[in-house]
Ligand binder design. Structure first.
Ligand code: ASP
Length: 456
């Protein structure tokens, strides 16, 4: 049995939804379908999720959001009309959206989650109706009723572990139904123990798909998107990239998607890894192509570097104190200050008398910076402290790297030749990746140089 997830571009219009149906029907093992909200039809258009966020913000700020609201309904109506699905569904979508937008707003985060989640929810209703219009048995499943229990902050929820058992029980029974219905499950959200709608981080339908694949012990998790393969480097940075990745390991995928590999959500690897389920990333527009397989293990010898990923938006907090290495508990106290502010850190390269803490910029705003710096000064009495924004991280990833000699030399040579100054290097921590920290304006140049060095 396969669980298939289709992303926003696969849901963008009736033509795409038809492709989704054809793909599902082409293989009887494809029984569970996870959908995203409709994405962009053209570059200038907004994704439905972004329109919904605009609606929710307008409601929270007391502004008129009716234009975005109508745009959302119009996206579903266009699909409904072209597929010849009953129009009553659009009336239902319109009134359900209005209901969510006038619901209780005491908890602003949960209010917004409920509005955002409507995008996937309506898409699933529509796709289930599209199958039925073709005479194919299909059921829409409500994640809350099926047992997708979530917890944690709004817009950034995590799964409660008991969900696996609940989902396996409820969906397992549906799979055994003699009509063999296709289960259509909206991605991106679930419900809290209190019954409120909660969403995963953006792009979270990938996570839903991986959770269902794990709960149902699927033979494969097929993730359909709009690229033929995962490329070794971001085509927006290296437009003529030719190297598609046929196969990579879970660890490689996690490292690459962490640092900006847009095709797959980094948190979605985890449930699949725990259950040992292979992931296959494929293209809805070219379903005959094999795509990229993500597997537990692979023969690394063939290619030591599998991909290069990068992301901007990092900030480095640099703390210097003479004899830091002799001061027991310095690191713990430093991290305690960050913990008290609710800031998680990404990397922490250190020297004898200094330590740098690299964080996501979005998690360390100006107010937090002021409070953190004041506390470090008062409690840790450093010789110097510096906060520097505008950092980018580049990850060169490959299982085979741990056995290959001279990989770091090749990378640093390439960066030096491109005139890129390396701010930090982190190699020891992960045996399958090298991390380079550079200034954001140097990022693209650095990635191109590394791509040339390892793939040209
Ligand atoms: N629709 C949501 C987003 O745009 C979730 C997803 O597509 O996976 O982030």
């Amino acid at each position: 049995m396969k669980v298939c997830k289709f992303g926003g571009t696969s849901m963008a219009d009736a033509g795409q939804v038809n492709k989704v149906c054809e793909i599902m029907l082409a293989d009887p093992a494809r029984r569970v379908l996870v959908v995203s909200a409709p994405g962009k039809r053209s570059g200038a258009e907004s994704k439905v999720t972004d329109l919904l966020i605009a609606c929710a913000d307008a409601a929270l700020e007391g502004r008129d959001g009716s234009k975005s609201q109508e745009q959302v309904v119009a996206r579903y109506a266009a699909i409904q009309q072209d597929l010849g699905i009953e129009a009553a569904l659009i009336d239902r979508i319109r009134s359900e959206l209005a209901r969510r937008l006038t619901a209780h707003r005491a908890d602003r985060g949960r209010f917004k989650d409920a509005v955002k989640a409507a995008g996937e929810d309506f898409a699933a209703l529509l796709v289930a109706a599209a199958f039925r219009a073709r005479g194919v048995a299909a059921v829409y499943v409500n994640p809350a009723e099926a047992g997708m229990l979530l917890e944690g902050e709004a817009g950034n929820a995590v799964l409660c572990p008991e969900s696996y058992e609940r989902l396996s029980f409820s969906l397992g029974a549906m799979l055994e139904h003699p009509d063999r219905p296709i289960i259509v499950f909206p991605g991106f959200f679930g419900a809290t123990r209190e019954g409120a709608v909660a969403t995963f981080p953006r792009g979270g339908s990938d996570i839903t798909g991986a959770i269902l694949a794990a709960a149902l012990k699927a033979d494969c998790y097929e993730n359909f998107t709009d690229v033929d393969t995962v490329y070794a480097v971001d085509p927006r940075i290296v437009p003529d990239v030719r190297h598609g990745i046929q196969e990579m390991t879970y660890r490689e995928m996690r490292e690459l998607s962490y640092a900006g590999f847009g095709v797959f959500h980094d948190e979605a690897v985890v449930p699949a890894v725990r259950a040992g389920i292979p992931i296959n990333i494929r293209n809805t527009n070219h379903p005959d192509l094999p795509g990229t397989r993500v597997v537990p293990r692979r023969e690394a010898a063939t290619c030591s570097v599998v991909g290069i990923a990068s992301d901007t938006g990092f900030v480095a907090l640099y703390v210097d104190k003479y004899m830091m290495n002799r001061e027991v508990g310095f690191g713990r106290r430093l991290l305690q200050i960050l913990e008290d502010e609710g800031v998680s850190f990404e990397h922490m390269p250190s020297g004898i008398d200094n330590v740098s803490v690299v964080m996501r910029d979005a998690r360390f705003d100006a107010d937090r910076e002021t409070r953190v710096v004041a506390r470090i000064q008062a409690e840790l009495k450093p010789d110097a402290i510096l906060v520097e924004r505008g950092h980018a991280l580049i990850m060169v990833v490959g299982e085979g790297m741990q056995y290959a000699v001279g990989m770091a030399a090749r990378a640093t040579r390439a960066l030096a030749d491109a005139g890129v100054n390396i701010e930090m290097i982190n190699q020891g921590a992960s045996e399958i990746s090298m991390m380079f920290d550079v200034r954001s304006p140097d990022r693209d140049r650095a990635v191109r140089a590394l791509y040339e060095a390892f793939f040209a």
